[in-house]
Structure formats: C-alpha cells, structure tokens
Ligand binder design. Structure first.
Ligand SMILES: [Mg+2]
Ligand SMILES: [Zn+2]
Length: 244
C-alpha cells in the first residue's frame, strides 16, 4: 500500500491472542514439569485454528516460576514447549511465540531470583511479544484463568477474557467464560462480525467497534487475587478441581 505522495504505508500490524498456559491452554496441573503433564483443554483446536486463519497471532505468555523454585530447568521448559507445539500442530495450529517468565521474588535459583518485569501481572511478556512480532496490542486479547492474566492484559492494553471465576476488583475482564473453547469461539465471533458484517479476512485488524462496557462483568468479591502460576488444579495424582 502506498500513500498519495508515493511513500509506503507502514505495514499493518496484526492482533494477537495471548494465551496463559497452565489452566487455560492446557488442563490445570500442579506445577507441570514434564511434556506429558501438558494436556490440551478440550475442543480448542478448531477455534484456535480459525482465529489463526482470521489473522491473529497466537502467543503463549506463561509464568513458570517452577524454574526459580528449582522444580525444573530451562531444558525441561523447552521440552514442554516442543510438546505443546506438537499437540497444537495436530490441529494445524502454529504458535507465533511462547514467552515464559522463569523468575520469582522468592526463588531459590539465584539466577532467577528477584523481581522482574515479565512475571504477570506485569505486562512485560506481552509488550516484548508486541515488539518482536509487530503486534497491535489494541487489537489483541489476553485469555487466562487468573486475575494476574487479566491484569497483565489490561496493563498491556489488550482486551481480556477470564476463564472461570477467580476475579479481583482491579482486574475486570471484557469476557468471562467457563471453557477455553467457548471463550475462543466468543472472541472469534466478535472479531469476525465487526460492524455487523462478516469480516473473516483480516478480522484481526478490525478495531473500534467493540463496546467494552457491553460485555463487562462484575467480579465476585469473595475471590481474591491469585498468582497466575499458582496451581489451578489439584496435584497430578489427585482429582482435578475444575470450574464448571
Ligand atoms: Mg493459569
Ligand atoms: Zn520474569
């Protein structure tokens, strides 16, 4: 595309779907450390593939303080990342990036100890991805099962979708759902019916028609802010405690 004066327009940046990993993209587990601990949430392949086809980048943003805590190391995380990519590839879904924060303020591994600007609820992973992948955060969504995910998205300037009920007063999501697949389908519907007309091609580039208040949702005050890498389910050996 050219401007009337003959100079090139800057390339159009696409939106992203930022996905928390544990409890959102994959089933909740107590500190996954091995590839086989990662099991995709049900029915997420088709809507992820449709969002990808609609033009969204798909980016994982995950707190993995288990590294700082000495529960597993970077190669183990790499192995989990590879497995995640393999699982998604079966649905034709390709992740554009996997961003993981290995830090924790109270970590025992010195290298990863202390405060950082990537651990959610800080938005560092999202803003880094936006730079790396030329993303438009205004056209992006952050999906997660923790208020920390929602807060990170809000601070980065994305729209936000919360899985489940773990809300807080300072992190009100745009969309709430009881399953990851349902949330993905909702976002797809919003993205592809902008201005009341189907807009599959380049839907990720549409913006401005979304009414933030329309789908706003009042949090239930009894739930408090949780760490976004706090285990959201029971230990691996136990029964899952999953939200309806
Ligand atoms: Mg989570
Ligand atoms: Zn970090």
């Amino acid at each position: 595309m050219m401007r009337p004066d003959g100079t090139a327009l800057p390339p159009r940046r696409r939106g992203a779907i930022f996905l928390d990993r544990d409890g959102t993209l994959t089933e909740p587990r107590h500190y996954p450390t091995r590839p086989t601990d990662l099991i995709l949430q049900p029915d997420i392949g088709p809507p992820l593939q449709a969002l990808q086809q609609a033009g969204f980048a798909l980016v994982v943003a995950t707190n993995q303080s288990g590294i700082a805590r000495g529960l597993f190391d970077e190669p183990a995380l790499e192995a989990m990342n590879s497995h995640l990519r393999h699982l998604l590839a079966q649905f034709g879904v390709v992740l554009d990036g996997i961003y993981a924060c290995p830090h924790h303020p109270d970590g025992i591994v010195v290298q990863y100890q202390g405060n950082c600007d990537c651990r959610k609820p800080t938005p560092g992973m999202l803003t880094a991805a936006a730079l790396d992948l030329a993303l438009d955060l205004d056209k992006s969504w952050m999906i997660g099962d923790s208020p920390c995910d929602i807060e990170a998205g809000l601070r980065a300037g994305t729209r936000t979708a919360l899985l489940g009920r773990h809300t807080s007063d300072n992190a009100t999501p745009n969309v709430v759902g009881s399953s990851t697949a349902g949330i993905l389908r909702d976002i797809l519907a919003l993205a592809t019916t902008s201005c009341g007309r189907p807009n599959r091609q380049g839907a990720a580039g549409t913006s401005g028609s979304w009414n933030r208040s329309r789908n706003s949702w009042r949090p239930e005050p009894e739930d408090s802010l949780r760490d976004s890498d706090e285990p959201t389910g029971a230990p691996i050996s136990g029964k899952k405690e999953w939200l309806p």
